[in-house]
Design a protein around this ligand. Structure first.
Ligand SMILES: O=C(O)C1=C[C@@H](OP(=O)(O)O)[C@@H](O)[C@H](O)C1
Ligand SMILES: C=C(OP(=O)(O)O)C(=O)O
Length: 444
């Protein structure tokens, strides 16, 4: 690790008291952009996240022929569908770009070349490319880099895939399917499907755009989703704040015994980050949601937790950081698929927590984290935004944690370090106003 790229995570000198406003959700922004690109007319996306992952989606769609312009502020985008043509797409390390755009590319009239970061080349991808071949697409390659030879349309039809490695394989096929000649029926056959709320998000947003989707609950067919061919209606999308990105800030309250609030928390959402409320409560924090303001008050001592994160794997790095600081043992289950995330998150979390003196063992499907006194040291990020934020959480209460490559947080939260530092600045709530010293002899 290069000393120049190390960021000393700020130590909280006292309980953190702050209100933190989060930018838009990565997952909702990138779905909205795709649906807007495939719609029958222009759409507006308000409150869009602008980060590496969403800017890569914007660039990829523009390259394919979609008009995307900024209106008033960078987070308000006007999306004008165009004739899809040959393009080059840089996926960076974004799962949503590498798994969602190949189906769009199959609709293009021309060759679409995909590549991404070196580290992205090992992320699982063949499932979605094979599935598209089965639906009539002409694709060279089984992972990044690969090329889609678009023919201006796609037959579609029925395909069976093993999506146990990523829910994004299913979402990626469903999102474009209304524009396939026959729509799509996707059957999952394999061990259990992770991140179901993200599939629900896909279904909900497709329906918002007027697309007919049949879920297992509608058809009674287990693990089967069907999208009928039809028009994607333009929608003025308003993006919810990113609740997964809210979790490190809320965790700051939990580990310092402080209070952190996040405004604009949706009353109902498909974002997995909403489940963090229950996790915090189980670990001893007090959580309240009033008038869209989520407030977390940290406990004196954080309890360990035994939790299945299969549906909400994205939250694992934050939960692991909390568990490393908890009083009792924790077991995080159901997350074998995290080995194919930005990095192998199970290996990365155990290596980095153990490097600071922790006691973490990898299990077949997760992590066991036992209490141990932690000390300062270097925290590797592995180009993983959520690894970097996990290091920042631990650094709040462990002196001398140096997070490598904190800039990698720009994947979904550019300016994270500034937000983190601002959160630690004393506010009126954090420092109760002292009564003014009375002038000698003055009367009140
Ligand atoms: O569809 C999405 O927007 C996402 C789905 C999940 O992927 P996996 O199912 O691969 O975990 C999640 O972890 C990722 O951050 C975003
Ligand atoms: C797994 C994640 O990202 P991606 O969309 O790149 O899969 C994540 O953000 O935690």
């Amino acid at each position: 690790m290069d000393a120049v790229s190390l960021w000393r995570a700020p130590l909280a000198e006292s309980p953190v008291h702050a209100t933190v406003t989060l930018p838009g959700s990565k997952s909702i922004t990138n779905r909205a952009l795709i649906l807007a690109a495939l719609a029958s007319g222009p759409s507006t996306v308000t409150g869009a996240l602008r980060s590496r992952d969403t800017d890569l989606m914007i660039a990829g769609l523009r390259s394919l022929g979609v008009g995307i312009t900024v209106v008033d502020s960078p987070t308000t985008l006007r999306v004008t569908p165009g004739t899809l043509h040959s393009a080059t797409v840089d996926c960076g390390l974004a799962g949503t770009v590498m798994r969602f755009l190949p189906s769009v590319a199959a609709l293009a009239d021309g060759t679409v070349a995909f590549d991404g970061d070196e580290q992205a080349r090992t992320r699982p991808l063949a499932t979605v490319l094979d599935a598209l071949r089965g639906l009539g697409a002409d694709i060279d390659g089984a992972g990044l880099p690969f090329t889609v030879h678009g023919r201006g349309g796609l037959r579609g039809g029925t395909v069976t895939i093993d999506a146990s490695g990523s829910s994004q394989f299913v979402s990626g096929l469903l999102l474009s399917a209304a524009r396939f000649d026959e729509g799509v029926t996707v059957r999952h056959d394999g061990s259990s499907l992770p991140s179901m709320p993200h599939i629900d998000m896909t279904v909900e947003m497709l329906r918002d755009a007027g697309v007919t989707v049949l879920t297992p609950a509608d058809s009674g067919e287990m693990d089967t989703w069907k999208v009928l061919p039809g028009t994607v209606t333009p929608v003025d999308w308003v993006i919810e704040p990113d609740l997964s990105n809210a979790t490190p800030f809320l965790a700051a309250a939990a580990v310092t015994g402080g209070t952190v609030s996040v405004p604009l928390w949706p009353s109902s959402t498909t974002q997995p980050g909403d489940a963090f409320r229950g996790i915090l409560t189980d670990m001893g924090a007090t959580v309240s949601l009033q008038d869209s303001l989520l407030t977390v008050a940290g406990p004196e001592k954080l309890c360990g937790i035994d939790v299945d994160l299969h549906d909400i794997g994205e939250l694992t790095p934050t939960v692991a950081a909390l568990a490393a600081l908890a009083d009792g043992p924790s077991v995080l289950r159901g997350i074998a698929h995290l080995r194919g995330h930005e990095t192998d998150r199970l290996a990365a979390l155990s290596t980095e927590i153990n490097r600071l003196g922790g006691s973490v063992t990898e299990t077949e499907d997760g992590l066991r984290i036992d209490p141990a006194p932690l000390h300062g040291g270097t925290w590797g990020s592995y180009a993983d935004h959520r690894m970097a934020t996990a290091g920042a959480i631990i650094g709040l209460v462990v002196d001398g944690v140096d997070v490598d490559d904190v800039g990698t947080t720009a994947k979904t939260l550019p300016g994270f370090e500034n937000m983190w530092t601002a959160m630690l600045e004393p506010t009126e709530t954090s420092e109760p106003a002292q009564p003014e010293a009375a002038e000698p002899g003055a009367r009140s």
